[in-house]
Write a protein of this length. Structure first.
Length: 122
C-alpha cells in the first residue's frame, strides 16, 4: 500500500477553549499519513495522492473563525482526506505546541480506516 506523508504542517490560527486562546492566534502543527492505492507508476499529479492538496487545506485554516476544539479540526481534515476515493486509511495528528508549558505539544490523533469512517466507528 502507498503512503502519502505530510508532516509538520504549520498554521497560525485561533483555536482552544481558554480565554487567552481567543485573543491571539497560536501555532498548530499537523501530521498526515494517508494510505491508499493511487495506481502503479503514476505519470502525473492527478494519479497521485497529492500532499500539496493536504498542505493547502491545512494552511487555509489561518483564515477560519475561532475553533474551540482540535477534535473539530481533526474531523474536518479526516473528511477532506477521505474525499479522495483512493485513500483507505488516514493517520492524522493535530497538535498545539505552545499552549501548555513543559510539553512538546498537546493534541489529538486518529488512525481511521475508510470503513470505520463510513460507519462512524472511529
Amino acid at each position: 500500500m502507498f503512503r502519502m506523508i505530510a508532516k509538520g504542517i504549520e498554521v497560525d490560527m485561533f483555536v482552544g477553549i481558554c480565554d487567552f486562546e481567543y485573543k491571539n492566534k497560536q501555532k498548530v502543527k499537523v501530521n498526515v499519513i494517508a494510505y491508499g492505492r493511487p495506481g502503479f507508476n503514476p505519470e502525473d499529479i492527478t494519479q497521485c495522492l497529492d500532499y500539496s492538496r493536504v498542505c493547502t487545506y491545512v494552511h487555509s485554516w489561518t483564515n477560519r473563525e475561532h475553533v474551540d476544539l482540535v477534535e473539530t479540526l481533526l474531523n474536518d481534515l479526516m473528511v477532506f482526506c477521505f474525499e479522495d476515493s483512493r485513500i483507505d486509511i488516514v493517520d492524522i495528528e493535530v497538535l498545539k505546541p505552545e499552549v501548555i508549558g513543559g510539553t512538546e505539544y498537546v493534541g489529538v490523533g486518529t488512525y481511521t480506516t475508510r470503513a470505520q469512517f463510513n460507519n462512524k466507528t472511529y
